[in-house]
Design a protein around this ligand. Structure first.
Ligand code: HEM
Length: 611
């Protein structure tokens, strides 16, 4: 094997624990104990009540602008960041209030500073509501769903806590895969195949556990509550014109003209007043588990490549696709957009920020790449180093070659099987995820806000609730529902609204699910009249496009991501077809080597070509 290509640092150097993975090695702080920050913590104590009473903004506006430098440790920075994510998103989206286009300095200034310390963006993210938002119920208990509570939620609901905690459990289940991934890279370099096999089997069992956790989402997180009550608060301020933030959000008191990359002020003298106003806005995508470094790690380790949605591998993008915003990194604010246009007109690069308009590798799905901006800095660095060091897939391709030459050993065959088994598990994860998104987003968006719990039989002609399932055991019902969702997910996402499927996730209510409301019904009209809160909006049942937090057209995007995982598997077929094909083309009687003839395929092929 070739020598070391890229040396990774230890996991701990990337702020990753060999035991808890991307979760902090110690449980997150439950409270900032420094009395200086008591005003934040006491506002958090009343957070859900203030939001409910419609008085959160009033309380927030009375807060002083605190100095973030009084925070003295990383756990404190994380706790403060979570607090500010809760208060800020609660402030912006409100509860049945008009959205606020600006965030007061008492939140915006410390939030932005702490985000810079942690290397994330000042917006809610996977790290804040998942990685830094749990508490073990018993300190010596396991990090699993039997022993976890959430520190903060927007809605105050157990459904929201469950949504975060299932994701915490997935992170915990995946954590023990990180060491074997690092060892696998080492073992490939050292040519230690037996140990590599152990590594791959260990990773596979972690992936299995992650799948078990994901399948538990529907146990205690109601899709209706998720879509209409929780998701609105996870929205950011990018592509949010429909929700009342066409330009993004103004972070009051935050100087948008200071470039940390170059450590200097930009020269603004050439900008018009309108352009300066636009520069105040910031646009960020909202929180999504697409920002989980764990899933990115699996992709990078196994060499799963994600391409722009709708593009097949290695195909050049069409003009239309090139115009898609995910083929180009979005500028950070509308002001930046104008400045960038001006730059390209004048040929000047003086105001360019390092992350805007950079050419991005064309074979990358840019949404997935962009999500790394929202990960903690060290985790992002880990992924970028892992990309340089990852050698598992190249090694498997080499084994595939050896297999085709007929020289493969038993351990090598087992290695290929183990690699494929890992990809099977990762694909199973994405299969389940597609079903969940279908039920929790597509289905909810098409029904509208007026059908609680997956759909009361408002329109009796379209719905049925089977009694035997409603009275069956809850576990059985959940299993059955998974089967039903399997069959519904494709039909729903492919725009087939004719079928009415039963939702028995909540069998005690014997409710049923209609994937959409009939057009021209009074319910349809009512749904269209109701205000949109962030991402919670009614989508016309005839529309095939339902957007995700980051603006993706969710179903095609997620299905492609799943299919790309399956495509990565190594196909280990003997090549008899090649022989037949050559025989047919040449019209001769080429005899391919059999397993017993010691001739290799390469020898045979070169002899055949020479004939
Ligand atoms: C109710 C549960 C969930 C819903 C409704 C949901 C929804 C979504 C949506 C809409 C997207 C598309 C990206 C966007 O535009 O925002 C997405 C992507 C993604 N989600 Fe989830 N998600 C859920 C749970 C999870 C969990 C528990 C994980 C595990 C860490 C996860 C991991 C991912 C990943 C990795 C992506 C990027 C696409 C990919 O890599 O295949 N999601 N999710």
């Amino acid at each position: 094997m070739p020598g070391k290509v890229f040396a990774m640092q230890k996991l701990e150097d990337y702020d990753i624990s060999p035991i808890t993975g991307f979760l902090p090695s110690e449980p997150p702080l439950r409270r900032l104990t420094n009395p200086y920050f008591e005003v934040w913590e006491s506002t958090m104590d009343d957070f859900n009540a203030l939001l409910l009473a419609g008085r959160l903004r009033e309380r927030v506006r009375k807060l002083p602008v605190l100095d973030y430098k009084q925070l003295s440790s990383k756990p404190e920075h994380r706790r403060a960041f979570l607090v500010l994510c809760m208060l800020s998103h609660g402030y912006v989206w409100g509860k049945h209030e008009e959205v606020s286009e600006s965030l007061p300095a008492c939140l915006a200034v410390p939030w932005t500073k702490i985000a810079t310390v942690l290397g994330v963006c000042p917006v809610v993210c996977h790290a804040s509501v998942v990685l830094w938002n749990y508490k073990p119920l018993w300190e010596d208990g396991p990090l699993d769903l039997s022993n976890l509570g959430a520190l903060a939620t927007y809605s105050g609901s157990v459904d929201e806590a469950w949504f975060y905690l299932v994701t915490v459990a997935i992170e915990a289940s995946g954590a023990p895969a990180l060491k074997p991934i690092m060892s696998a890279i080492e073992n490939i370099e050292l040519g230690q195949e037996e140990q590599l096999l152990v590594n791959l089997n260990d990773i596979q069992s972690c992936l299995k556990n992650m799948n078990v956790d994901l399948a538990r989402m529907s146990e205690k997180c109601d899709p209706y509550v998720f879509y209409w009550k929780i998701r609105p608060y996870l929205a950011g301020w990018e592509n949010m014109a429909d929700a009342g933030l066409p330009l993004g959000l103004i972070y009051e008191g935050v100087d948008n003209f200071w470039y940390t990359e170059t450590d200097e002020y930009a020269d603004m003298s050439h900008l018009s007043e309108a352009e300066r106003v636009l520069q105040q806005y910031r646009t960020y995508a909202g929180g999504s588990a697409a920002q989980s470094s764990l899933i990115h790690t699996m992709d990078v380790a196994f060499g799963v490549e994600h391409h722009p949605t709708g593009e097949r591998k290695f195909r050049r993008p069409s003009n239309a696709q090139r115009l898609d915003r995910y083929n180009n990194m979005p500028p950070v604010s509308p002001g930046e957009q104008l400045a960038s246009k001006r730059r390209s007109e004048s040929g000047s690069a003086s105001m360019q920020r390092s992350y805007s308009n950079e050419p991005v590798k064309s074979n990358r799905n840019n949404f997935i790449q962009t999500m790394r901006k929202y990960m903690p800095r060290e985790h992002r660095h880990f992924l970028s180093d892992l990309e340089k060091a990852a050698n598992i897939r190249p090694y498997m391709l080499k084994l595939q070659n050896i297999h085709e030459l007929g020289d493969i050993t038993t351990v090598q065959t087992q290695l290929l099987d183990a690699y494929n088994a890992c990809l099977d598990q990762l694909k199973a994860f994405r299969d389940k995820h597609v079903q969940i998104v279908s039920l929790y987003i597509v289905n909810q968006a098409r029904k509208g806000p007026n059908i609680p719990h997956g759909g009361f039989a408002i329109d009796g002609s379209r719905t049925t609730a089977p009694k035997e399932k409603a009275t069956g055991s809850r576990t059985q019902a959940i299993k059955d529902s998974a089967t039903e969702q399997d069959s519904t997910s494709d039909s729903m996402s492919d725009g087939d609204e004719t079928k009415s499927k039963v939702n028995i996730l909540y069998p005690q209510t014997a409710l049923s699910t209609s994937p959409s409301v009939p057009k021209n019904s009074s319910l349809y009209k009512l749904n269209n009249l109701l205000p949109t809160l962030g991402l919670a909006k009614f989508v016309d049942p005839e529309s095939k496009v339902v957007r995700g937090t980051g603006g993706t057209n969710v179903m095609p995007f997620l299905k492609q991501s799943r299919d790309e995982t399956a495509d990565t598997k190594i196909i280990t077929q003997q090549p008899p077809k090649l022989d037949q094909a050559l025989g047919q083309v040449n019209g001769d009687e080429a005899v391919a080597p059999t397993d017993s003839s010691k001739q290799s395929w390469t020898d045979w092929l070169s002899k055949t070509i020479q004939q």
